[in-house]
Design a protein around this ligand. Structure first.
Ligand code: F6R
Length: 608
């Protein structure tokens, strides 16, 4: 969370800093700021709220410096106010920071004892004062930063600009990503390569503990012991890469509409479409024949994808799976003795808890794999096997296309695992992959229900609470449907396994409680119908998401219906996700919330 950017150039940099911050705004948007050197003098502009507020401030009071740093914030320490906005500055320097300095209280107490006064409530300001103290002791900027890095605990990336020094920018990485870009006579720092993509396609990623000195003519990277190191150049992101909304009102809507296409790309990575055989992408040698138990872990929507993944692996490959949210997995110290493969799911590939869980599994000697959307991410780089989702950049904070692509990857992997373990015959493999190939067509049909769902959303927007129910493959979708609704419309929503209703949540049912029931006409349909009747008997309003058979069954009188095409079970989690996404999207629009950047959230959660 938080996005950082730095540019050292001979041209004014303010516009480009703001432009890069736009591409980093998915990492947080509580406040934003930039600092440049105006005729050598450190000058800041900061503003509370979204980046547009900073842009307005810069229109009124432009900055013309040719070296600068910028930041977009997701508040951790201190409210999202202007004094807490980055860059934080002393007379000697300014700093931008992503992550958390865990020992900042001790460091702050030490500085205050020396008479230093603080202007903000942030952990970041301690770093500014610590480096200032080292400079005052006569150290060079590089040595001062290195000395301070040794005192910091936590996970972070940092960017430094020095007052009166137009020839140097410094960046540092521990735990949070930092990319370094090289142009002609100008160099760049950024939280990701997309931020730098209009400026350069020559990008290196700092490794753990690295710090970097940027001058006009080059970059020098050092490891944690200040020894010069080389890091590979990656050209993964095309120059002038630009993400826009096209004809859509929001990124979220655009990303919902992209699903047919990106699902087919992702399927193509895991299935050779000419032979119909499953494969592990990029010739990697992951063999499930010897995998007798798996541990799955992820956060948020990725966790719900992993929950579907567990159903897939258990049903189609007969592999028992343990599943944990990553924030629990990393500390639970579960005995992993009989686990042969730990599988992580992450869109960003940077989520702090998922990354820590991956590292824990590796330290336990496990083979690790990651279903991951950002191929240059830390999780992708540290996993033994990278299982890519080809969803493309996802900008809307609420995950949509990344989720369904995760499901597609997991379905194809479960089939591959079944084949490797001899529980799926070659004929059945072909049958199943042919079914998966129907996903783009079916998701397209689901998207066409948008008008009907928009009508239903008008009523949903009048409610304060909602329940989502599902059984089997539809249970994780109930959780995901509730998460989508609450995160963008702020309506309180809970997802339950339909069979759990009578064990407590049924007490909530009255005529003000809408219940979204996800129930394709499958083996558990009749049981879910009984649960719906229990809701109807208590006056609850039902929205039934089902197929033609389910709708024709006349299951519950008066229920509103969203009717999807018939499809085999393996596809239902992917296709049934679409109406849930659209329901959340349109309800949020009715409520007038900020769909792409809902309050308090950020796209990439790099803090615990
Ligand atoms: C919800 C959402 C989050 C993420 C979670 C994990 O719409 O997007 O719940 O799924 O923060 O993020 P990744 O997948 O990047 O590890």
């Amino acid at each position: 969370m938080c996005g950082i950017i730095g540019i050292i150039s001979r041209q004014p940099v303010a516009d480009r800093l703001v432009d890069a911050l736009k591409r980093l705004e998915y990492r947080g948007y509580d406040s934003a700021g930039i600092a440049t050197l105006e005729a050598g003098v450190l000058t800041r502009r900061r503003a509370e709220g979204k980046l547009v507020n900073l842009a307005k401030r810069l229109e009124d009071a432009p900055l013309r410096g040719s070296i600068g740093i910028g930041h977009t914030r997701w508040a951790t320490h201190g409210a999202p106010t202007e004094p807490n906005a980055h860059p934080h500055a002393t007379k000697a320097l300014a700093v931008v920071h992503n992550g958390i300095i865990e020992n900042y209280r001790d460091l702050k107490a030490e500085l205050e004892a020396e008479g230093v006064t603080f202007e903000s409530q942030t952990d970041t300001e301690t770093v500014a004062h610590l480096v200032t103290r080292e400079l005052a002791r006569g150290l060079s900027p590089k040595d001062a930063v290195h000395a301070v890095l040794g005192r910091l605990e936590g996970a972070f990336s940092l960017g430094f600009l020095f007052n009166g020094n137009e020839d140097i920018l410094i960046g540092a990485r521990r735990g949070s990503p930092l990319a370094v870009g090289e142009g002609e006579g100008e160099m760049f720092l950024g939280s990701d390569a997309i931020a730098l993509s209009p400026f350069t396609d020559t990008v290196r990623y700092l490794e753990e503990g690295d710090f970097v000195v940027l001058t006009h003519d080059g970059v020098e990277i050092f490891d944690e012991h200040a020894r010069p190191v080389t890091r590979e150049i990656r050209r993964a992101v095309g120059k002038a890469f630009y993400v826009d909304k096209g004809n859509h009102r929001h990124f979220m809507q655009k990303e919902i509409y992209e699903q047919p296409e990106v699902l087919s790309h992702t399927l193509g990575a895991f299935v050779d479409m000419t032979t119909g055989r499953t494969r592990i992408p990029n010739g990697q040698s992951l063999d499930f024949a010897k995998v007798n138990r798996m541990a799955l872990s992820a956060c948020g929507t990725g966790y719900y994808a992993a929950l579907v993944g567990r159903y897939y692996f258990e049903r189609y490959a007969r592999i028992p799976c343990d599943l944990d949210v990553a924030s629990e997995f990393r500390y639970r110290e579960s005995p992993l003795g009989d686990v042969d493969l730990a599988l992580f799911v992450s869109q960003s590939g940077e989520t702090a808890d998922t990354l820590a869980s991956l590292r824990y599994a590796k330290a336990e000697g496990l083979q690790t794999a990651a279903v991951v959307n950002v191929q240059e991410s830390t999780i992708a780089r540290e996993s033994d096997f990278v299982l890519p989702t080809l969803a493309g950049p996802e900008i809307g904070v609420a995950s949509t296309k990344a989720f369904t692509c995760q499901l597609m990857a997991l379905a194809a992997l479960a089939i591959k695992a079944g084949v490797d373990r001899g529980v799926i015959s070659p004929e059945r493999e072909l049958e199943l992959t042919r079914i998966l190939a129907e996903a783009p067509r079916l998701t397209n049909e689901a998207i066409r229900l948008e008008d009907r769902i928009e009508v239903l959303s008008r009523d949903m927007a009048t409610k304060r609470h909602a329940l989502f129910l599902g059984r089997g493959f539809s249970f994780p979708l109930a959780l995901e449907g509730a998460l989508k609704l609450k995160e963008i419309s702020y309506i309180h929503a809970e997802g339950y396994a339909a069979g759990e209703l009578k064990h407590g949540p049924i007490a909530l049912i009255d005529e003000t409680m809408p219940v979204v029931v996800i129930a394709p006409h499958d083996r558990s349909f009749e049981k879910t119908v009984s649960n719906m009747q229990e809701v109807a008997a208590r006056g609850g309003e039902i929205i039934l998401v089902t197929d033609a058979k389910g709708a024709a069954s006349g299951a519950v009188e008066g229920a509103e219906m969203i009717v999807l095409p018939d499809m085999p079970e393996i596809l239902t989690p992917i296709v049934y996700a679409i109406p849930l996404q659209l329901l959340a999207y349109h309800t949020a629009i009715q409520m007038g919330t900020d769909v792409d950047q809902p309050r308090n959230l950020a796209k990439s959660v790099t803090v615990e």
